[in-house]
Design a protein around this ligand. Structure first.
Ligand code: SF4
Length: 319
């Protein structure tokens, strides 16, 4: 909530109506979203706004089933919107609610199984106060976020009289989850290619993939028995068709995504002979100061900030 609120306020100020959001460019929407992660949500939000404006006369659907027709809206979001905004009896089950419910009934099955999720959804439906479904859902989510946390404050919990986990003295044994798999890690080498005018090459990721629509430096995963410099040269060639000489190492930046971690190693590069990029992606040569106007994933943005610091440092040294 603390992280999201400043983004929400900026987003609402920039796109104050559904029509404005529907007509905004994807670049603009992604730029407002930059740093939040889960970029498919930004793309879907814009797509949903377009759908509402173009197909539904600007009227946001008010029922659970019709909400499900919007891009990016699944059972969880449809239940949240229909109950909180339209007072309809649909129970919301998110991670916090799963924790509360599984402790309340000492639920011993693995909650990552879809059968477990279905049973907890059934329980949430049964418990739902259908006179005030929005307040009920918000209350349960808040209980999980503030009281029934990984280290629960059972003494001050308003439902401790009904809680099986608390009564048995083992609330933190729930929810039961199978051991998490080790998060994979990848080394990525990217090239910061400068042309003779000091502009830097950037390209735009395809809209349908991970981080779709965001800009990036060309590069990719290190393969076995390859040095990072070799990875950088190969990936730049494969992605852009430009033959480059890989120069000095600029920085290595760690970043975590939901299912894997990366270390992004950036190298300064120059073309061995001037040639036009042949990438099928949209690409541009951009002066460093203008890179702030493009939406980049977090690790690339960290790299741009480092490049900006290096530029100001060298300019300062020249004065
Ligand atoms: S009593 Fe403890 S374990 Fe049970 S719901 Fe409340 S905070 Fe969670």
């Amino acid at each position: 909530m603390d992280q999201g609120l400043p983004y929400f306020l900026r987003f609402i100020e920039r796109f104050p109506s559904i029509e404005i959001l529907a007509n905004a460019s994807l670049d603009d929407v992604l730029q407002q979203w930059e740093g939040l992660g889960y970029y498919s949500r930004a793309r879907n939000l814009r797509k949903a706004a377009r759908f509402v404006v173009d197909e539904l006369g600007g009227q946001i659907p008010s029922t659970y089933d019709s909400l499900l027709s919007l891009p990016g809206v699944g059972p969880y979001t449809a239940a949240a919107i229909s109950s909180i905004a339209f007072d309809q009896p649909h129970a919301v089950v998110d991670g916090n609610v799963i924790r509360v419910l599984s402790r309340l009934i000492s639920f011993s099955d693995d909650v990552s199984l879809s059968s477990s999720k279905a049973r907890l959804q059934e329980l949430a439906n049964l418990l739902l106060d259908s006179d005030r479904p929005g307040s009920h859902n918000e209350g349960l989510m808040e209980l999980g976020a503030l009281v029934c946390t990984p280290n629960p404050d059972c003494k001050h919990c308003p439902v401790n009289a009904f809680c099986s986990g608390f009564k048995a003295g083992n609330p933190t044994s729930f929810p039961v989850k199978r051991a998490a798999k080790k998060t994979p890690h990848f080394d990525i080498a990217v090239g910061v290619i400068e042309d003779e005018m000091g502009r830097i090459y950037v390209q735009k990721r395809r809209e349908d993939g991970m981080l779709g629509g965001l800009w990036e430096f060309p590069g990719g995963k290190q393969e076995a028995s390859e040095s990072l410099q070799e990875t950088c040269r190969r990936e730049v060639w494969e992605e852009t068709g430009m033959e480059v000489k890989v120069g000095k190492h600029i920085a290595s930046i760690n970043h975590s995504y939901s299912h894997f971690r990366i270390t992004l190693h950036a190298f300064s590069c120059a073309q061995t002979a001037p040639s036009l990029p042949t990438s099928t992606l949209e690409w541009e040569w951009v002066v460093n100061e203008h890179l702030q106007a493009y939406a980049f994933p977090k690790a690339n943005r960290d790299l741009i900030n480092i490049l900006t610091d290096l530029t100001s440092l060298s300019e300062g040294n020249q004065e």
